[in-house]
Design a protein around this ligand. Structure first.
Ligand SMILES: [Zn+2]
Length: 513
């Protein structure tokens, strides 16, 4: 069923003459054999040695296969062959159309990226999908519909309030429209400006629309700081009331008052799961987050010294917050609030308020990196079987997670710290996100699955991106195939753009006019 649908899509794509990158042969080989691989199949099962045959976009055989006459062969030389990594929380909606090779992504082994996270998505979704279909990327892409995006469609600039019943009905219509256009579900960012004014009921009503069409609810919850536990309870209530699977984005405990409470947080999630809430989460492998300056002050009193003082203290002080982007004064970039306060001979609180005022005057806001998570919490989250790996980065990200997330988990958490076994880490990058999205034909190495594959060296794979050089490419990822086509080979992109737009149930979206 799926396959015939896929081949139909492929035929349609060919009919419409999708552009192929220069040097990418239109007459591609019938089949390809990968030999001498240690296969990590995505299920978490132990590695096993084997050969994998690919015909067009699919895996057609696994085992002791011999090359056929004239068949191209890739010798894996004992390296690990895994399903391509599925990044369920990726912010490439602006970067990918400008950088279709997505070097920072494929060099990590990412073969599918899911955009539209944190409540913000392209709109209308269909326009974005059509642009990507006309100019395909090296990677597959799926998208969520953003709650804040929809909310702003209906409320315009008058969003700093709860919405009325008729307004929620209008939002529901837009949600339904997005689902018809191929959205994977509803995403929210309830800690952010537009989403934060929404009532729980508003989110539940939109989540119900997504649930009816088989979508999921993916959320950056209302608070990841002092009120993390209240926000978690609201999230679980939304999942229960809307009867919708929940994906908790970038699980963390982000302020001093909640640090070290991962066990307690996990207990609440475990009891919800026992009650039948279909709850999963993703986590990035860093102890610092990347956001905007206003998110620091939860009561939104950005120029009230008392509120600002409390907020800065909750993150351990201004030395934990570094400016990464500030167009009114680029000289602030790379410096902490503590640094800048010292240089200006003012207090950290005054410096924060100065940054807000300079930003407001220029109708912008500083982007920041806040270092406020602790390793024991990150470890506890990663060791839960329902926590997957996701980057929260993307093409052009100014946080090292944008280019380093997946190799960092393999190099640091698997090889150096032994927090996870290799097969379990691979499962968290492949089959688990596929299960979350209800995709059966990706995220696993088996006959009939799509040939999204990563070949890497488990002894050398490591991230190299840092806070000062966030786009440095990882090493150790040798080859990456997307839909059976090599996109990354020996440290370079091949120029091929075989990525598809993918919808619910993993369906390849057909190209139409
Ligand atoms: Zn987020």
């Amino acid at each position: 069923m799926k396959r015939s649908r896929f081949f139909l899509a492929l035929a349609t794509a060919i009919t419409f003459g999708l552009p192929l990158a220069p040097g990418y042969s239109q007459k591609k080989p019938e089949s390809l054999l990968i030999v001498n691989a240690q296969i990590a199949d995505g299920t978490g099962a132990p590695l096993y040695r084997g050969n994998v045959r690919i015909v067009l976009s699919h895996i057609v055989g696994i085992g002791e296969l011999q090359p056929q006459p004239g068949e191209p062969v890739i010798d894996a030389n004992g390296l690990v062959l895994a399903p391509g990594f599925i990044d369920i929380h990726n912010h490439s909606e602006e970067g990918l159309p400008k950088d279709l090779a997505a070097e920072t992504q494929v060099s990590q082994g990412i073969t599918t990226l899911i955009i539209g996270a944190d409540g913000d998505s392209p709109w209308p979704i269909l326009n974005w999908i059509r642009v990507m279909q006309a100019h395909p990327a090296a990677v597959n892409v799926g998208t969520f519909a953003g709650h804040a995006t929809i909310r702003q469609q209906v409320l315009g600039d008058d969003f700093r309030r709860t919405s009325t019943g008729p307004e929620i009905r209008q939002m529901e219509q837009r949600m339904s429209q997005a689902m018809n256009q191929g959205a994977l579900g509803l995403s929210s960012g309830l800690e952010y400006e537009v989403g934060s004014y929404a009532s729980t009921d508003e989110v539940v009503d939109l989540a119900k629309v997504a649930a009816k069409d088989g979508g999921i609810y993916m959320t950056h919850i209302r608070d990841e700081a002092d009120k993390s536990f209240e926000a978690l309870n609201e999230e679980i209530a939304i999942g229960e009331r809307a009867h919708i699977p929940v994906e908790h984005s970038h699980i963390k405990l982000g302020t001093v008052s909640v640090q070290g409470k991962a066990a307690e947080y996990i207990n609440i999630i475990e009891s919800a799961r026992k009650r039948g809430v279909d709850f999963m989460a993703d986590c990035y492998p860093y102890d610092a987050w990347h956001s905007n300056l206003k998110v620091v002050v939860p009561d939104k009193q950005y120029e009230n010294p008392k509120s600002v003082a409390t907020a800065l203290a909750s993150y351990g002080g201004g030395s934990h917050i570094t400016i990464t982007e500030f167009s009114p004064n680029p000289s602030y970039v790379g410096r902490t609030i503590a640094d800048l306060a010292k240089a200006n001979k003012i207090s950290e609180v005054e410096m924060y308020i100065k940054l807000i005022q300079e930003g407001d005057a220029a109708r912008t806001e500083a982007l920041i990196i806040g270092q406020s998570m602790i390793e024991s919490d990150i470890k506890a989250f990663y060791q839960q079987p329902w926590v997957m790996v996701a980057s929260d980065g993307g093409v052009g990200s100014e946080h090292p997670r944008g280019a380093g997330t997946f190799p960092r988990v393999l190099g640091v958490y698997v090889r150096e710290k032994h927090w996870l076994t290799l097969p379990e880490a691979i499962r968290k990058m492949t089959a688990l996100p596929a299960q979350r999205l209800d995709w059966k034909d990706r995220g696993v190495i088996r006959e009939g699955a799509f040939a999204d594959l990563v070949l890497f060296d488990p002894n050398t794979v490591i991230d190299r991106s840092t806070y000062t050089n966030p786009m440095a490419l990882a090493i150790g990822i040798e080859k990456v195939l997307v839909n059976g086509v090599l996109v990354w080979d020996g440290g370079k992109p091949t120029g091929a753009r075989p990525g598809f737009m993918i919808g619910r149930k993993g369906a390849v979206m057909e190209v139409s006019n």
